[in-house]
Design a protein around this ligand. Sequence first.
Ligand SMILES: Nc1ncnc2c1ncn2[C@@H]1O[C@H](COP(=O)(O)OP(=O)(O)OP(=O)(O)O)[C@@H](O)[C@H]1O
Ligand SMILES: [Mg+2]
Length: 276
Amino acid sequence: MSVLESMRSFMRRDQVFEFLIPDTPPDLDLTHGVILYLEEISVSFDGFKAIDDLNLYIDDGELRCIIGPNGAGKTTMMDIITGKTRPDSGSAWFGQQINLLKMDEPEIAAAGIGRKFQKPTVFEHHAVIENLELAMAGDKRVWTTLNARLSGEQRDHMDEILHIIGLNKQSANLAGSLSHGQKQWLEIGMLLMQNPKLLLVDEPAAGMTHQEMERTAELLTSLAGTHSIIVVEHDMDFVRSIAQKVTVLHQGGVLAEGTMDEVQNNQRVIEVYLGE
Ligand SMILES: Nc1ncnc2c1ncn2[C@@H]1O[C@H](COP(=O)(O)OP(=O)(O)OP(=O)(O)O)[C@@H](O)[C@H]1O
Ligand SMILES: [Mg+2]
């Protein structure tokens, strides 16, 4: 290679020297069909054990519902998966190879774990479609897209997601003009723009009309299979409408696990809910 050629290749913006590439986690290894392993996890806040020897396994493509009384540790569990809270002990693996406890929040998000908080956080003064573009820009590989034209592939991806979240007719409307339920779906769409493998959804049905809940149930059910989803929810009718396997958390650990009927007929579960 001539000096000029090597200068040119140095200047090419799509080529980066090895030492400039941040450590990326290994690819998601799903050879055992399990996407998430939480083992013997404990965490205390000021001496109070919010999570106490928690063991939870989520299969690739499954939709898992997590229920449990207030303070059971559901949100804390999501905080641990996403790197917001570090456990005092235990292990957390994403697939076979990715050790979540060695990563920070942005690294975990980039590895393919998306989280939807209860309150929708859409950009109200931007159109629905712009919200999706902004979400895509969160992905560093395409972060210049806003100033450039979207590739055909990206445009297709966006159309596909608009369709999935049922907002194709509203794509040019301001996000601020959407109903509460539509904002929730838009936020799910924004998560999907980043191609997560595992989605964590905290209380999606809260504040929704009955119709919106039905639509949300359909949406989450349609995403299962191609995604793994953990849904935390208090509304039992909603849980029943989407439930495959249900885990009951209580005092930071798993109290029961099974079908909705199994857990609802479990004596220990009944006692915990009656005692509330
Ligand atoms: N950062 C923190 N500092 C101190 N205590 C905390 C912290 N986060 C959670 N806790 C406590 O840990 C326990 C579990 O809380 P968590 O929010 O995980 O429960 P939850 O199952 O999500 O409840 P809810 O159904 O009400 O949302 C509660 O007693 C809570 O007060
Ligand atoms: Mg909570």
